[in-house]
Design a protein around this ligand. Structure first.
Ligand code: CO
Length: 283
């Protein structure tokens, strides 16, 4: 899951920043104190949390077929999370009603599972997190249903490549913007656009921690240097058409303004002395 909903206005990157600032103030924490580095022991627990997410995403992927409803997928996700001794991180988060986000076609993120039936040619983004032994894991995939058209197939492929190209930049000494630049360059050079209003985030004892992780390079933004122990949820959201999005009246579902498809992939990644370690990976 991504940073919470925002009011959409003229300068959207400033709004995103403003929202995070407000969250900081609400938490009563100083700016500098908000980025927390995790110990080896904490990363071990987060590795277990991440493994649970990865294994369940794999089960969900296998269940993504024409004729299946998104609430069925949500039910499977919640059952599996509880079976693993974890808790669904999204359910109840700012009032979100489900364990899973299932976002179809022009839905970017935060689609609420319901009676919608998946059909041939759709793409569906599946995003969920767990809390396990006090730590969070968060990941997402976009799954094609049967045969999809070539341009949508390219969108899904490039979005996943953006995720891995971004992760490659998570090396101590690099800046966070090195990741943003890698993601932006790959998506835009393929003719796609990046959602501005939402981004990745730090993760640990909380689902959303600082820093926010933009999928594009923003001037004047804080640009922390990457250090071992930093754990980030990296999540490019790539649109086929316009970068502009809006939120539906359910208060959650983010859709593209032009109705063209959007894809989303996410991993929780720890930065180690040796570079990135993807935590949301099945053993
Ligand atoms: Co997330």
């Amino acid at each position: 899951m991504i940073l919470p909903q925002l009011t959409i206005g003229a300068d959207r990157s400033i709004l995103l920043k403003g929202y995070v600032e407000k969250d900081r103030i609400r938490a009563g924490l100083e700016k500098e104190a908000m980025i927390t580095l995790k110990s080896k022991r904490e990363i071990e627990i987060m590795r277990d949390a991440g493994k649970i997410v990865a294994e369940i995403l794999d089960i969900l992927r296998k269940n993504c077929k024409a004729g299946v409803s998104t609430c069925k997928l949500d039910q499977i996700a919640e059952e599996q999370i509880l079976k693993q001794g974890a808790s669904p991180a999204f359910k109840g988060y700012r009032g979100y009603p489900r364990a899973l986000c299932a976002s179809i076609n022009q839905q970017v993120v935060h689609g609420i599972p319901g009676n919608t039936i998946l059909k041939e040619g759709d793409i569906v983004g599946l995003d969920f997190g767990v809390s396990y032994k006090g730590y969070f894991g968060d990941a997402a995939i976009t799954v094609p249903i049967g045969r999809i058209d070539l341009e949508t197939e390219k969108l899904v492929k490039i979005t996943e490549e953006c995720l891995y190209l971004g992760i490659k930049q998570l090396v101590p000494g690099n800046h966070l913007s090195d990741l943003s630049r890698a993601i932006q360059t790959h998506a835009e050079s393929n003719g796609f656009s990046l959602v501005r209003e939402f981004g990745g985030h730090g993760i640990g004892k909380h689902l959303h921690e600082d820093p926010m992780v933009l999928n594009y390079v923003a001037k004047g933004n804080e640009d922390p240097r990457l250090k071992p122990g930093l754990v980030l949820a990296i999540e490019p959201m790539v649109n086929m058409g316009t970068e502009n999005v809006q939120i539906l009246s359910d208060g959650w579902t983010v859709v593209t303004l032009d109705g063209k498809p959007s894809a989303h992939f996410e991993h929780t990644v720890a930065i180690t002395e040796n570079g990135p370690e993807i935590l949301t990976q099945a053993a």
